[in-house]
Ligand binder design. Structure first.
Ligand code: GRF
Length: 200
């Protein structure tokens, strides 16, 4: 069984979807560790309720970015994590993490990248930008993480229709449902070999 580490910052609904899929067996993996930069994140509470090991690692504990980078690597390594999932994680991944887990850090973004991605494009901002652009469709992107926000190789995408009456909130809700499905499907495809990650 693959061992998953999940990095979160807030609500944790994507983390919950992954945890549920592992419990139900639709994802052949176990969630070994949940790390948050936010000690008050709901995701940490949910993970603790599920008896999943958690860690609060942040710049308030490690003011030195390099030390925080090392602490994250060490925590994931200690839990023997194979794949690192970013599920609403709002911080950049450090160079040690990128090197240690090269090609095995996966993020979910609530638009059809490269549209509406990059620094500042998170949460409701993404859906507001989609509506402001007049796009007739939005969607979900699952991609590898590199040293730039939302620029790693795309692993999976699924479109979501934009309705004329949509608000950022109604679009966000429709996209989030697809996020939960696509994230779990894509992680299982990586595990069963249908999606091949770069090995170098
Ligand atoms: C999701 O929309 C995800 O695409 C983005 O951040 C949000 C996190 O939501 N990266 P949740 O914490 O998983 O509910």
């Amino acid at each position: 069984m693959k061992k998953l580490g999940i990095l979160v910052s807030g609500r944790g609904s994507n983390m919950a979807a992954i945890v549920d899929a592992c419990e139900q067996g639709t994802v052949s993996a176990t969630v070994e560790l949940v790390i948050s930069n936010n000690k008050d994140s709901m995701a940490l509470c949910l993970a603790q309720e599920k008896n999943i090991k958690t860690a609060h690692l942040s710049s308030s504990i490690y003011p030195d970015a390099d030390a925080l980078d090392s602490a994250m690597c060490d925590a994931l390594t200690a839990s023997k994590v194979d794949l690192v999932l970013l599920a609403g994680f709002m911080k950049k991944i450090g160079p040690k993490m990128l090197a240690r887990y090269k090609g095995r850090i996966i993020n979910i973004h609530p638009s059809l990248l490269p549209k509406h991605g990059g620094q500042g494009m998170f949460g409701i901002n993404v859906h507001r930008a989609v509506l402001d652009s007049g796009d007739k469709e939005s969607g979900v992107t699952i991609h590898l993480v590199d040293d730039e926000y939302d620029e790693g190789a795309i692993l999976a995408q699924r479109a979501v229709v934009v309705k004329p009456e949509d608000s950022p909130e109604s679009l966000a809700a429709r996209v989030l449902k697809v996020e939960h499905l696509l994230f779990t499907e894509t992680i299982q495809k990586i595990i069963d070999g249908s999606i091949i990650l770069p090995t170098d």
